[in-house]
Design a protein around this ligand. Structure first.
Ligand SMILES: [Fe+2]
Length: 345
């Protein structure tokens, strides 16, 4: 907290002092990050060691895109690090980004970057099923399966309007169309054990407590919970569940991303591009894989041993820009079906 306040003060100083801004150009890069310091700092430290470019970081849980918008042409930020296709697409829509001019973008499959290069994914995460080891016998499940009556009173998830679930529902609309997704989501709602609440980890706790048999959650939380020394009770939650990749044998599991945006008015644009290039290097991709249990976005870089032990990821191939274009419809469906009130039938 104190660290981020100090960074905030440093950025504010850059903002008011035109000369210090120019001075910063050659050896600094300014980053706004939605991603936690524990993950990002080791990457930035390695970047500084390799290039001599020091990153000033402002960490915040929300509001950073709005902040950049409000700062306008005077914004000190060069690179924004965020999660979710919704946030990346939103940044471009709001006009706070510019094309990243680096051949390193071509290391990333087309489905995971903006066609105009305004954002690029840095890591992948799959949204999967967490199944009770004791009460679920199935080893393979499709998305259609969880709408079936045998799951009545057994499903749980965080609220439908969270960006992670909006991403999942938008992916289903891209694959199935709006009407089929409405029908599916209504049936999923009616299978919920209780009205959606809490985060992805809380659903896994419910599995241990026996109030839910099958949860929807992001892959990396399994790794974070299993290795959580600060809150070791989370190891027990995670140990009660195993991962099933939805549609692994079919059209594939929905994946979302973390990614980077190059700010429209980046005062240190070249350094920003160098930072993004670094984050797409094999070495940095390995840090994403081992430090946060995410999937590298660059083909050929291996996931961590723990992640590989969960099975092979067959990622659904729908381009993320298609998924993003269905986000508003997904949000409307969640409202229309009163998904957050839980089962109705
Ligand atoms: Fe997350």
């Amino acid at each position: 907290m104190i660290g981020s306040m100090r960074t905030l003060a440093a950025l504010a100083a850059l903002l008011v002092g035109g000369t210090s801004l120019a001075y910063a150009q050659s050896t600094e890069v300014n980053v706004y990050s939605y991603r936690e310091p524990g993950l990002i700092q080791p990457l930035l430290d390695t970047f500084a060691k390799e290039t001599g470019i020091k990153a000033n970081v402002l960490f915040a849980g929300d509001g950073l895109i709005e902040r950049v918008e409000a700062e306008g042409e005077l914004s000190p930020v060069d690179v924004i690090l965020t999660v979710d296709i919704g946030n990346l697409a939103n940044a471009k829509e709001r006009g706070v980004s510019q094309p990243i001019g680096s051949p390193a973008l071509e290391r990333v499959p087309e489905a995971y970057r903006d066609p105009e290069g305004n954002w690029v994914a840095l890591s992948l995460r799959a949204r999967v099923f967490y199944a009770s080891k004791d009460r679920v016998t199935e080893t393979a499940l499709s998305y259609e399966d969880i709408a079936k009556p045998e799951w009545k009173g057994r499903l749980c998830t965080r609220p439908g309007d969270h960006v992670y679930n909006i991403g999942l529902i938008a992916n289903r609309i891209a694959v199935w169309g709006l009407d089929a997704t409405r029908e599916w989501l209504g049936k999923v709602r009616d299978n919920l054990a209780f009205p959606p609440n809490g985060n992805d980890r809380a659903q896994v706790k419910s599995i241990l407590e026996g109030t839910c048999d099958l949860a929807i959650g992001n892959t990396y939380y399994m790794g974070l919970m299993l290795n959580n020394e600060a809150e070791p009770e989370q190891k027990d939650w995670a140990a009660a569940a195993r991962i099933i990749y939805p549609d692994a044998d079919g059209a594939g599991t929905q994946v979302n991303v973390s990614g980077a945006i190059l700010a429209k008015y980046a005062p240190n644009k070249e350094n920003g591009e160098k930072l993004i290039e670094f984050l797409l290097s094999d070495a940095a991709q390995q840090i994403y894989a081992n430090g946060n249990y995410e999937y590298p976005v660059v083909p050929g870089v291996k996931a961590s041993d723990l992640v590989e032990s969960w099975g092979a990821l067959n990622a659904n191939k729908t381009p993320l820009t298609d998924v993003a274009s269905h986000r508003a419809e997904a949000a409307a469906l969640v409202d229309e079906l009163k998904f957050n009130e839980g089962a109705q039938n």
